[in-house]
Design a protein around this ligand. Structure first.
Ligand code: FAD
Length: 436
């Protein structure tokens, strides 16, 4: 016997779950979101440390695309501020602005083979892509052996996809840079990234509820379709009846929640073998003296593990107490898709920071977080995604393990939410039209 009934239940209030819930609530379905944490945003949330608003994961939120369209559709305001200039490379102590043709100029200065590499980007734009097995590193070796160019591509792969160039399919790399947003236009949220999720939460509350600190403990199925969710709320188990469950917990946790026996065997096999969680290391740094002047995100040239760093307070001073600068640096371990020694990898990242910034040892490290395993940078690396359909009617996955090919980050999560909710709303409309 159910304690409550909702038209749809979303398990997890991460980027994909919240975008999906907001779309369903806006589309007329009374929607419940449950999350085991006490805040919205999942791996893209924000915590407070000594008056600093410290982001756990995503900081750069893309303008445009499905992400911004979601906010416009559901009537939520997207409060992000664009740094200007947004993206640069820091190579041998020299800053290169990659906007306005800077990328081609930079490649041209580094290698005589630049035009061949750029031609391949043009080919990719017209749909001529390498097959999914060749790595970005091997693809690049076909055109140049220049160590600085290889270092730049490794750090681009690390910064965007949280993996190494030897781990990322060239097809995914080229797809992203030629037909996705590629972080050309992005902003930081002045409340910390949690600010964007709180705005979506307000939109969801117009036709639904959000229960924080509420883990889903079981997804119920009957005859190959979903029919409810049990959650633990205030220490008590509670059953919610519903015909639609969207899981933002990732395919592996979703299978555990419904039980392997409920799924087609080939789906369970794919969940076991195809997913490749990608890891990164996040170092939040506060400093009274500026460490770098560039206001946006800087991607490094040759480093051990460090790939990029953002100067958050240059654009959003409200993220830190007065008189302080707040930076976040990212490093990607080797390997990023397999096992590694977290302590050793953190040491390599810190060595890079000391080398890049002479006053780094005077700065204060607010937090160091290794994102891996069940709380990774990407639940599956680009090129290794699973379908959003689970083989159980009414049960779908959203988030960064079920992305469209070659997409990444919160933009990709928003896209998974749109694809799933469009299908749900269309099927509901069809049923209503025939009076079911
Ligand atoms: C360090 C770092 C930097 C990044 N930088 C960027 C960036 O700048 N820009 C960008 O766009 N992307 C960035 N990303 C990627 C982006 O943060 C993630 O792709 C995105 O946040 C993943 O969202 P998701 O939809 O998969 O949900 P998740 O974040 O995985 O959220 C899922 C939620 O479900 C909850 N949950 C799980 N199981 C249950 C259960 N049984 N019951 C209830 N709740 C449950 C979890 O606690 C979590 O809150 C970054 C990631 C990291 C780690």
């Amino acid at each position: 016997m159910a304690d409550q009934r909702f038209d749809a239940v979303v398990v997890g209030a991460g980027a994909g779950g919240l975008c999906a819930a907001a779309r369903l609530a806006h589309g007329g379905l009374r929607t419940l979101v449950v999350d085991d944490k006490m805040r919205l945003g999942g791996r893209a949330s924000t915590e407070e440390i000594d008056g600093f608003k410290v982001n756990i994961g995503a900081i750069a939120i893309e303008f445009g695309g499905v992400f911004e369209e979601t906010f416009n559709t559901v009537g939520a305001s997207l409060n992000i501020r664009a740094p200007e200039p947004a993206s640069s490379f820091l190579i041998d102590g020299k800053l290169v602005d990659v906007g306005r043709g800077g990328w081609s100029l930079l490649l041209g200065q580094l290698t005589k083979q630049a035009s061949r590499i750029l031609e391949k980007f043009a080919d990719a734009r017209s749909g001529n892509l390498p097959d999914g097995r060749q790595s970005t590193e091997d693809w690049l070796k076909g055109y140049t052996n220049n160590a600085t160019v290889h270092a730049l591509f490794r750090n681009l792969c690390a910064a965007i996809f949280a993996c190494n160039a030897a781990e990322l399919p060239a097809r995914a790399f080229l797809t992203y840079f030629t037909s996705k947003g590629a972080f050309k236009r992005f902003g930081f949220c002045p409340q910390g990234t949690i600010g964007v999720w709180n705005a979506l939460g307000t939109a969801i509350a117009r036709n639904g509820e959000i229960w924080l600190g509420t883990p889903a403990v079981k997804i119920h199925t009957i005859d190959g379709r979903v029919d409810g969710v049990t959650v633990t709320r205030d220490g008590k188990q509670m059953r919610i009846d519903t015909e639609i469950v969207i899981s933002n917990a990732g395919p592996k946790a979703t299978v555990a929640l419904a039980g392997e026996a409920a799924f087609p065997p080939d789906y369970v096999e794919r969940v076991r073998h195809d997913l490749r969680p990608a890891a990164n290391i996040v170092i939040n740094i506060a400093s009274r003296e500026p460490l770098m002047v560039h206001p946006g995100i800087v991607t490094f040239g040759k480093t051990r593990r460090l790939c990029n760093m953002a100067n958050l307070t240059a654009t959003c001073p409200e993220l830190a107490p007065p008189g302080w600068n707040l930076y976040v640096a990212y490093a990607v371990p080797v390997p990023a898709l397999g096992d590694f020694d977290s302590d050793a990898e953190v040491e390599l990242a810190l060595a890079d920071l000391r080398e890049q910034f002479s006053s780094f040892d005077q700065a204060r490290i607010l937090s160091i977080r290794v994102m891996r395993d069940d709380w990774p940078a990407q639940r599956s690396c680009a090129g290794y995604d699973l379908p959003r359909e689970t083989g159980i009617a009414g049960l779908w996955c959203v988030g960064d393990a079920v992305k469209e090919y070659g997409n990444g980050g919160t933009q990709a999560c928003a896209e998974t939410a749109k694809l799933v909710t469009d299908a749900i709303l269309a099927s509901r409309q069809k049923k209503q039209a025939v009076g079911i």
